[in-house]
Write a protein that binds this ligand. Structure first.
Ligand SMILES: [Zn+2]
Length: 138
């Protein structure tokens, strides 16, 4: 990036910035990720790379699946992080996409078998994407 989209300033510095994910069916998560920061101190706009934002989401999803219970909404966040449609995940779980969609709107925990499979998907993704930022629940 050569120029700040907000203010037109031409000095962009490489740095880090804090991003917040959520609320994800309850909690929100905070992570510090690499960012391009506008050098104009009155502006200070931060620009992120899609992959870094994806890693922040994935770090939050990892925290969610590690919990004792996974709410329908948190489960749906994990589905989106994995980039899966209801149809694709339904095939993987061997349940109807309709049932998945319905349960994903709830705060109530999903079945333990779904939780286990979601955890496996998210953990495999985390392995593939390499080092993740630390996601702290806020
Ligand atoms: Zn700027």
């Amino acid at each position: 990036m050569h120029r700040c989209i907000q203010c037109g300033h031409q000095e962009i510095e490489r740095g880090t910035d804090e991003v917040v994910t959520g609320p994800v069916g309850g909690p929100s998560f905070r992570a510090v990720i690499p960012a391009d920061i506008c050098g104009n101190r009155d502006c200070g706009e931060a620009y992120y790379w899609g992959e870094d934002l994806q890693k922040a989401d994935l770090a939050a999803a990892l925290k969610l699946v590690a919990r004792e219970r996974l709410s329908g909404r948190a489960h749906d966040f994990c589905r989106k992080v994995a980039g899966l449609t209801f149809e694709e995940l339904g095939r993987h779980y061997d349940v109807s996409p309709r049932r998945l969609r319905r349960l994903s709107r709830r705060q109530k925990p999903v079945p333990a078998s779904w939780h286990k499979k979601a955890a496996a998907i998210i953990e495999a993704l985390a392995q593939n994407l390499g080092p993740l930022p630390e996601a702290d629940e806020i």
